[in-house]
Design a protein around this ligand. Structure first.
Ligand SMILES: CC(C)(COP(=O)(O)OP(=O)(O)OC[C@H]1O[C@@H](n2cnc3c(N)ncnc32)[C@H](O)[C@@H]1OP(=O)(O)O)[C@@H](O)C(=O)NCCC(=O)NCCS
Length: 165
């Protein structure tokens, strides 16, 4: 079953508090990193959201750039009421569209949800493939020696060229 009536769009500053609430619901369960409204607001151009028929926030996700060609599909969260209806697939697809728009074709995710990322077309890879990520985040992380996240990656195809008839 899919949710017919939802809209995928770029995030706005006014979304920061709701994104933080959704993110931190899962952070409290140890599934994601905590993110405050201020931290999200600073990176709001990197976020996409899914909103439901009444404008409620159903999902969020962000593109975290590590180099001109490599970025992380990060902070993916879907409201529990919308799980299992294709919204997670839609938000990942929206983050990928943002990556393509920025000319980035090598995307990866560090996740505790390997089956989800496999289902949306990602392949398990060694984290060592992304030294930029390790340098910036992993080396300073408290769970550095006990990390249980899986690294998944995808090479994004370029959008097909539209030819004039
Ligand atoms: C993981 C999460 C984003 C999935 O969102 P969702 O909207 O339920 O996912 P979808 O309905 O779009 O599912 C897409 C595919 O993934 C599969 N899938 C989703 N969650 C899964 C899970 N936990 N285990 C196995 N498969 C899963 C679905 O079966 C579906 O496969 P199909 O299209 O082949 O049938 C959501 O459960 C969530 O927000 N979890 C908490 C936060 C989190 O862990 N985020 C990831 C951090 S990187």
């Amino acid at each position: 079953m899919t949710i017919a009536d939802y809209r995928v769009r770029r995030a706005r500053h006014a979304d920061a508090a709701a994104i933080s609430r959704l993110n931190n619901t899962f952070a409290d369960e140890g599934q994601m990193l905590r993110r405050s409204p201020d931290v999200i607001a600073l990176a709001i151009d990197d976020y996409v959201v899914v909103e439901g028929a009444s404008g409620e926030l159903l999902a969020c996700g962000a593109l975290k750039e590590y180099s001109p060609s490599v970025a992380e599909v990060a902070a993916i969260a879907v409201a529990r009421s919308a799980h299992g209806r294709g919204v997670g697939r839609a938000i990942v697809s929206a983050v990928e569209a943002l990556a393509r728009k920025r000319g980035i074709h090598d995307v990866f995710a560090l996740t505790l949800q390997p089956e989800f990322f496999a289902a949306v077309g990602y392949t398990r890879v060694e984290r060592a493939r992304y030294p930029e990520k390790i340098r910036r985040d992993c080396l300073g992380c408290a769970r550095r020696f006990a990390c249980n996240e899986y690294c998944f990656a995808k090479v994004l195809e370029a959008a097909p060229l539209i030819r004039a008839a």
